[in-house]
Design a protein. Structure first.
Ligand SMILES: NC(=O)c1ccc[n+]([C@@H]2O[C@H](COP(=O)([O-])OP(=O)(O)OC[C@H]3O[C@@H](n4cnc5c(N)ncnc54)[C@H](OP(=O)(O)O)[C@@H]3O)[C@@H](O)[C@H]2O)c1
Length: 341
């Protein structure tokens, strides 16, 4: 299977490394042989229909800061969408940064991929948050598979497990903790009695939070994920503008202390219910399974018959997200014939 990847950062590089590490077992167990025919980063691209050498790709990126330095196959000054449209890749992986305020370029890349008949694995949440229903329609129209497991839960197969849980069941409510950074901060405020600023500084020191932490602490990242869950698992068409969002900047130490006295803890909870979608800090019983610590994620699905089911796992990380991409890739590999017949 010929693969084209946009984004060669933590996730893109981990994906190429994982495909290389698993090369023999992917062929043995699945009859799958992969070839990376193109990689795009913010400064250029490396393109070869005959396949690029993963070690050379990683070396070019490490030494020169761009895959455009790949010997003989580097490309500069070309438009992403033109490279994608011209590629004979069967699968396009979108792994550029999630920029919810400027989703345009990633949308254009996905459109170019679908319009030229490529299956897509997307870990960039921005296009899904702003246009999930339209993208799903475009993929169907072009008879392409569209998978996005890595957008929610990193390596924990939250979406796949949730799809399994809700099959044939009526979901009455969804509550979820979907952002490791905010959960880390709130856990520190609860367990160590830190202020928000102290906990944020520690999250930044440990590399959990970005220098600009607004997407996490203002609830945007969580909102993108609940939109993907609502569309992808519950079949409920929505976009990020439909979510009422309140982040955790306003959570004071006094609120966390008061919750603790009442045997509760404050968590950033994403909800899907009859009243719509929301993200906001909420008090949760200390003994609830939703009270996960550190950077863990948790999804609680309440079923009309069957009670509440909890899924817990690590939410992020390069190798974890690459594992989700590989899972999607294998699903596409095994089901692609259904669309072609
Ligand atoms: N890291 C995680 O744990 C994780 C987990 C789940 C989902 N995700 C999602 O996965 C995506 C990638 O995350 P990451 O951690 O790998 O980010 P990252 O390390 O910042 O890498 C982003 C990559 O995208 C490239 N890029 C930026 N603009 C581009 C453009 N216009 N055209 C082509 N390439 C472009 C960057 O190029 P340069 O190298 O030239 O800067 C870089 O290689 C994000 O959407 C993120 O939300 C990440």
């Amino acid at each position: 299977m010929k693969i084209l990847i946009a984004g060669f950062g933590v996730v893109g590089r981990s994906t190429v490394q994982l495909l290389e590490q698993q090369r023999a077992s992917l062929y043995r167990s699945h009859g799958l042989s992969t070839s990376i025919v193109g990689v795009l980063d913010s400064k250029g691209a490396a393109i070869s229909p005959a396949g690029l050498d993963p070690a050379e790709l990683l070396a070019a990126k490490e030494k020169h800061g761009t895959v455009a330095a790949y010997p003989a196959h580097g490309v500069r000054d070309a438009k992403d969408v033109d490279l994608i449209a011209a590629s004979d890749a069967e699968l396009f992986v979108e792994a550029t940064p999630t920029t919810v305020r400027t989703p345009g370029p990633s949308m254009e890349r996905l459109k170019a991929a679908f319009r030229t008949g490529k299956h897509v694995v997307c870990v960039n949440k921005a296009p899904l948050a702003v246009a999930f229903p339209a993208l799903q329609e475009l993929s169907k129209h072009n008879r392409c598979r569209f998978r996005y497991s890595g957008t929610v839960g990193g390596g924990t197969p939250v979406l796949a497990l949730a799809e399994e849980v809700v099959r044939g069941a009526e979901v009455t409510a969804v509550r979820a903790i979907l952002n490791g950074t905010t959960n880390f901060i709130l856990t520190k405020m609860d367990k160590e009695a830190w202020t928000f600023d102290q906990a944020l500084a520690e999250a930044q020191r440990l590399g959990y939070a970005e220098a600009d932490p607004s997407a996490d602490v203002d609830g945007i990242d969580t909102a993108t994920k609940i939109v993907i869950l609502a569309n992808g698992v519950l079949g409920r068409p929505c976009v990020i503008g439909d979510v009422k969002i309140e982040g955790i900047r306003g959570v004071k130490k006094e609120r966390v202390d008061a919750a603790k006295k009442a045997n509760k803890t404050v968590k950033l909870i994403a909800r899907i219910g009859p009243d719509g979608l929301s993200v906001r800090p909420e008090e949760v019983a200390a003994d609830s399974p939703l009270n996960v610590g550190g950077s863990l994620n948790c999804l609680a699905l309440e079923l009309k018959t069957g009670g509440e089911i909890f899924l817990v796992g690590r939410g992020a990380g390069g190798p974890e997200t690459a594992t989700a991409i590989l899972r999607d890739l294998l699903e596409i590999w095994h089901t692609r014939g259904e669309l072609e017949s």
